[in-house]
Design a protein. Structure first.
Length: 652
């Protein structure tokens, strides 16, 4: 092992939170889980978490860069997520507490209800020509019919792709054409912040560029008039099939049959269709959901506050929780509509015990202030989770104190669309957590940090996160593009998965994620990650959010530009700018002091809440802005550019 490193790591976080004796005593995991043999661990979880129509004969095969899991096994995802719970007498248990955005729009859907709805939707698809292998696209908001449509596809063995309901017509048509979709499921309109989003009209534009789509099923949500093409478009309530489970038995599927494609953006314009298969994906999602969230199916009310249109929603709203027989919350709207306490009222109303959300959402609540959560009884919560990007230590502590009441363990999870399941995470009741650290690889996962030359970096060093061994839910390639799959994930190091993220491992063997390697800045020969500088800025008590980008600099190679939102909507000043620059120098070192700080009331975010650092790099370099179609509010980045130019003018 060598100490050569690829990314300088400078930020030091020393707070520690060991598990309480009370939590450890009831936890699903114990420290012994890390001692379990890799093969026996996954074989055991495949047997305990999933029901098989035919048992698998071979655990896995690994021929880099492709793997196969649970060979010979046959199963059905719809059966595992719905029917078996009804068969075992749990049909009256609530699967989803669904809350629409308009006040009072509530539904409680039991597993028996879910079975009838899935069967009815599957029969509808079948009557419209869908069979095993027929590719189906789903373009919907956060309504119950979205997971119902997904499960109906899995019942028939029809692979699906869910396209996030905030995407444009071009994004939808690109994905449908790439997968060769023949059927589209959508809805008339979606609710968003009290207004409607015209999903069917967007879908019409997409279908005009996707001639392979011959059938469109439209679910009524708002009830407003939308155009319907005769012969192609069908109102779901008009063509709804039989809901008798005997009329549509679940199709036995091979463990390696394609389950779904999840498209993720790449460095080129063409999105990547990440392929996930049936057996390995379901085992991975269910096992991680059970252990990482310490799920007690008969006691917990679980809420993953993501969108089903992303991989987080697939794995930890639909497939993992339903496979485990959980009771979940599903919410249609935004965190701040009609008021900034909407989430906390939901937690109080349903007695939510587990909350899983993104650092960007946590930082938004920080910016709005803790008084909104303080209005509600959040004592039902017993576990908190974080997903989507590295969480700043101060956001972690705010979450712990103001939402978790200093009693709830936090599981800060690292994984990707490509991995299908959580790979690096604390296990509640076992792991001593550290604000900002994802801590340890999940049992059976072999992660490491490599230098540029492919040597493993020692404790304290930064480099590239890699995975040295396959795992059940890993992607089975990029749909229709083997060369791109090999180039993107397997060309940097032979036989080792390259995650594209920077990371460091500390003296205890805990992992700290440093963001995408594209976001590493080269300042005077030091390679500094954006997340460390952002964490130092958010450490300041007046900073609500911060994002960092680099611009070219004739002297230092690159200079750091910070975009900062102050708490309470406060405006910045020259004095505050210098105070923040010095604060970063104190936390990290003078080398990391931002050359510029742009104060802004909002940061540019996608509709899923991720900060679009690519656009901030465009602003920092004074380049024309790239694609802004996926922004929640495209005007934000224009305002930031104007502010940045004004700040630059002051310096000149």
């Amino acid at each position: 092992m060598t100490t050569e490193q690829t990314i300088d790591t400078l930020f030091l976080e020393e707070r520690r939170y060991p598990p309480s004796a009370e939590f450890a005593a009831q936890a699903n995991a114990t420290s012994a889980i890390y001692e379990e043999d890799f093969e026996s661990f996954w074989a055991r979880n495949a047997s305990e978490r999933v029901s098989w129509f035919e048992p698998f004969s071979t655990l896995y095969e690994w021929e880099p860069p492709y793997t196969k899991w649970f060979l010979g096994g046959k199963l059905n995802v719809s059966y595992n997520c719905v029917d078996r719970h009804v068969e075992h007498g749990r049909g009256a248990k609530v699967a989803f507490h669904w809350e629409g955005e308009p006040d009072g729009d509530l539904r409680a859907i039991t597993y028996e209800d879910l079975q009838h709805e899935v069967v009815a939707f599957a029969n509808t698809l079948k009557e419209l020509g869908v069979e095993k292998g027929t590719p189906v696209a789903i373009y919907m908001g956060m309504v119950p019919e979205l997971p119902i449509a997904m499960l109906a596809c899995t019942r028939l063995g029809a692979p699906h792709t869910v396209v996030f309901g905030g995407f444009s017509a071009d994004s939808l048509s690109d994905r449908m054409n790439d997968m060769g979709c023949e059927v589209l499921v959508t809805q008339d309109e979606a609710w968003r912040r009290g207004t409607t989003v015209p999903l069917k009209r967007i879908a019409d534009d997409a279908m005009s560029d996707a001639p392979g789509v011959k059938t469109c099923i439209v679910v009524r949500r708002t009830g407003n008039d939308v155009p319907m093409a005769e012969g192609r478009d069908h109102w779901y309530h008009d063509v709804r099939g039989s809901d008798d489970p005997a009329s549509c038995p679940p199709e036995p599927m091979d463990a390696e049959d394609l389950l779904f494609l999840m498209y993720t953006s790449g460095t080129t314009a063409k999105p990547k269709g990440i392929a996930h298969t049936t057996g390995g994906y379901l085992v991975g999602a269910a096992a991680t959901h059970y252990y990482v969230f310490d799920l007690k199916p008969d006691a917990d009310v679980y809420w993953c506050a993501a969108d089903v249109g992303w991989i987080t929603g697939h794995s930890y709203i639909v497939y993992g929780p339903l496979c485990n027989g959980a009771t979940s919350v599903m919410y249609e709207g935004t965190p701040d509509y009609p008021d900034k306490d909407r989430w906390w009222s939901i937690i109080e109303r349903y007695g939510v015990t587990i909350l899983y959300t993104a650092p960007t959402a946590i930082r938004s609540h920080m910016k709005w202030g803790p008084e909104h959560a303080a209005k509600h009884d959040l004592t039902s919560l017993r576990l908190l989770g974080s997903v989507g990007e590295p969480i700043n230590p101060e956001a972690w502590v705010w979450y712990h104190e103001n939402i978790g009441g200093e009693r709830c363990p936090i599981v800060d999870t690292w994984w990707q669309t490509e991995t299908g399941m959580i790979l690096i995470t604390p296990l509640p009741g076992v792991t001593t957590t550290k604000p900002g650290s994802a801590t340890q690889p999940f049992p059976g996962v072999d992660a490491a940090v490599f230098s540029e030359s492919g040597d493993e970096v020692g404790p304290g060093g930064g480099g590239y996160l890699v995975l040295k061994r396959p795992w059940p839910a890993m992607l089975r390639g990029i749909f229709g593009d083997d060369a791109r799959y090999r180039e993107t994930y397997w060309s940097k190091y032979d036989g080792v998965y390259f995650a594209g993220d920077g990371a460091r491992v500390d003296e205890d063997g805990d992992f700290w994620l440093l963001g995408r390697v594209d976001d590493v800045m080269n300042v005077s020969g030091h390679r500094i990650s954006t997340i460390e500088v952002e964490s130092a800025l958010v450490d300041h008590p007046e900073v609500a959010e911060a994002a960092v980008a680099a611009r070219n600099d004739a002297t230092t190679g690159q200079a750091i530009v910070a975009f900062v939102t102050l708490k309470g909507g406060a405006d910045g000043s020259v004095a505050k700018l210098e105070e923040l620059r010095n604060h970063v120098a104190q936390k990290i070192g003078p080398i990391a002091k931002p050359a510029n700080i742009v104060f802004t009331p909002e940061l540019p975010k996608t509709r899923s809440g991720k900060i679009m650092r690519r656009l901030l790099r465009d602003v920092a370099e004074n380049r024309p802005l790239g694609d802004t179609t996926t922004l929640a509010d495209p005007t934000v980045v224009e305002e930031i550019r104007d502010r940045g130019q004004a700040e630059a003018g002051k310096e000149d």
